[in-house]
Design a protein around this ligand. Structure first.
Ligand SMILES: Cn1cc(CCO)c2c3c(c(-c4ccccc4Cl)cc21)C(=O)NC3=O
Length: 282
């Protein structure tokens, strides 16, 4: 019999905003609450497969992470019609990947990105979780238009320049716990050498490494190598200088991608970096 599915009953599709081997992401309005959401609809993974474990991990992670100003919010997930559907917060400003396509970010914008994502990572790491796939395509932008301006719970609104857009970490499909014996490797362009060599003892620093290369790329250092000599150079501390950025910012990038994970700053340290608190320098 034709089984009426929740997706079509509760949501009105406004458009496709992403496609991949995983399935597709659509922008939908919920007919009941009238709000817009991002829904990822993917083929239901085979029971007992790694894909099923990843799908469940994504939902567990979202449920555990709850509400944070710099983590894309999760609302619901369900299975129907041989598909899995996850309903997340819709970020109307596109991804950092798309933003970068119109040119490198200026230092002031990179500092906003640094502050927001360091905040999100510090929160994720405080719950003994790691993201494991930090990269421009997994960082989304919420313009904040129409939102009440009192939303200062991330503490950056007061000294944030007039714009209210916010960067949020999304796609929790690779999230695992810090003491996990095995990880589903993320994008190799952002992968630190120690994880490739199966050293999983400091997984939070793998997120810091990936975030360092993400900032480097957003600042104009891309495109990043997937392999070869340049891939190794970037992991041996040979990260090219970005001439348009300050000496301090270049130094910070090199620290974030330091070959020794212990030398990389934690997310909590990044939040307190002098570059983010200029007043404190006087
Ligand atoms: C390709 N793509 C484009 C967007 C909109 C950016 O303005 C997007 C979103 C998400 C996701 C997403 C990622 C991973 C898992 C589930 C979802 Cl809904 C993918 C997205 C998501 O969770 N929230 C989004 O806005």
């Amino acid at each position: 019999e034709s089984n009426i599915f929740r997706y079509n009953v509760e949501f009105l599709e406004l458009g496709v905003i992403g496609r991949g081997q995983f399935g597709r992401v659509t922008k939908c309005v919920n007919k009941l609450d009238g709000c817009v959401y991002a829904l990822k609809r993917s083929l239901r993974p085979v029971a007992g497969s790694a894909a099923e474990r990843a799908a469940l991990t994504e939902v567990y992670a979202h449920a555990a992470l709850g509400k944070h100003p710099h983590v894309v919010r999760y609302y619901s997930a369900w299975a129907e019609d041989d598909h899995m559907i996850i309903q997340n917060e819709y970020c109307d400003g596109g991804s950092l990947q798309q933003k970068m396509e119109s040119g490198p970010l200026a230092e002031a914008e990179l500092l906003l990105l640094l502050a927001h994502i360091a905040d999100g990572l510090a929160y994720i790491h405080s719950l003994q979780l790691v993201h494991m796939d930090v990269k421009p395509g997994n960082i989304f932008i919420c313009s904040g238009e129409g939102e009440p301006s009192h939303d200062s719970d991330d503490g950056y609104d007061d000294d944030e320049p007039q714009s209210h857009h916010k960067y949020k970490i999304g796609d929790l499909g690779h999230v695992t716990c810090v003491s996990s014996p095995s990880v589903e490797e993320g994008d190799c362009r952002y992968l630190p050498k120690e994880v490739l060599q199966e050293d999983l003892t400091q997984l939070t620093k793998a997120d810091i490494f990936a975030f360092g290369l993400t900032l480097f790329e957003a600042g104009g250092g891309g495109p990043l190598p997937k392999n070869g000599q340049q891939w190794h150079d970037y992991r041996d501390g040979k990260l090219p200088e970005l001439p348009k950025l300050s000496r301090e910012f270049n130094q910070l990038l090199r620290k974030m991608v330091d070959p020794d994970p212990s030398s990389r700053p934690s997310a909590a340290r990044l939040r307190r970096h002098p570059l983010l608190h200029p007043a404190g320098n006087k």
